[in-house]
Design a protein around this ligand. Structure first.
Ligand code: GUN
Length: 284
């Protein structure tokens, strides 16, 4: 079975549209998302354009602030502080990667945790790992929602995550632990990746190596989520060899059209959650 992320994301956006109409009738205002884009990285420009397009589609007040590659770090930090105190802005996202002269950690830590739609601020990272309410990073949240479409009860399932990034691998671990999965996180120094994958009921691949995961790496009936987006001579491919693995997996996400659209839909959902948190903070 192919896990159609495009369709799942379109369904989620329909739900979000309704929520925004309700929020508008309650508060007479809609959630606002501000994205900061620095430099000319081509994939980042495409991601940001898509984020803006879908934000507008669901009724979010979308704003993109662009800076040249050589913008001073101080200018960006001051802009974030200004957005933190702007009541029209519910969520702030600074598109990564950043130019080398800008300190990613400083940027992330300057964003008000209540407006951190990415869930990258240490307060949100800590809350997620402690099992408290938090913003959840959009990519793992999208993967999680796709897995739950296939399997409601994940109790005792063995999940193998390939890649230990802050963006995906680590928060994915927290989400699956909360669902009572047994989680193995693998990475570039893992001794026998194939053997680890062979034990998995669920595989989440986010390594950035085209078609690394082959058919004989996957147990029959496993769920396979492919986070990879690799540009090759034959077009965009994931970290999973789709033709081989789709023959053994119970469910698999395609690339493109799998995790990508869900990531953006989850960003919009997080923006609505941030709007609610901002409102309850302002009224308390
Ligand atoms: N660059 C690639 N993915 C992401 C993401 O989820 N958030 C941000 N801020 N930048 C990214």
């Amino acid at each position: 079975m192919i896990l159609d992320g495009k369709k799942a994301a379109a369904e989620l956006r329909e739900e979000l549209k309704k929520k925004i109409i309700e929020l508008k009738s309650t508060y007479n205002t809609v959630p606002g998302l501000t994205v900061i884009l620095i430099g000319e990285d081509p994939p980042s420009k495409i991601y940001v354009r898509n984020k803006e397009k879908f934000a507008i589609e669901v009724g979010i007040n979308s704003q993109v602030i662009k800076y040249p590659e050589d913008v001073k770090e101080e200018v960006v930090l001051n802009k974030i502080k200004e957005l933190n105190s702007d009541n029209k802005v519910s969520g702030i996202l600074v598109q990564l990667p950043l130019p080398k002269h800008i300190d990613k950690r400083k940027v992330i830590e300057t964003i008000d945790p209540v407006k951190d739609v990415d869930g990258f601020h240490p307060v949100n990272v800590g809350n997620l790992s402690s099992g408290y309410d938090s913003s959840i990073p959009c990519t793992p949240l999208g993967c999680y929602l796709l897995i739950k479409k296939i399997e409601k009860n994940l109790n005792g399932k063995h999940a193998v995550i390939i890649g230990r990034s802050n963006l995906n691998g680590k928060p994915m671990t927290q989400l699956l632990l909360k669902e009572n999965c047994t989680v193995t996180i693998t990475h570039s120094k893992t001794k026998d990746l194939k053997a680890e994958c062979n034990r998995a009921d669920i595989i989440i691949a986010a390594v950035g190596r085209p078609k690394l995961i082959k058919g004989d790496w996957v147990k029959k009936g496993a769920i396979v989520i492919d986070v990879g987006i690799n540009k090759t001579d034959s077009g965009l491919v994931g970290d999973v060899d789709f033709d081989e693995v789709s023959k053994v997996a119970k469910a698999i996400t395609p690339v493109p059209g799998g995790v990508g659209p869900m990531t953006i839909a989850c960003l919009l959902s997080n923006t609505i959650e941030c709007f609610r948190k901002n409102k309850s903070r302002l009224s308390s």
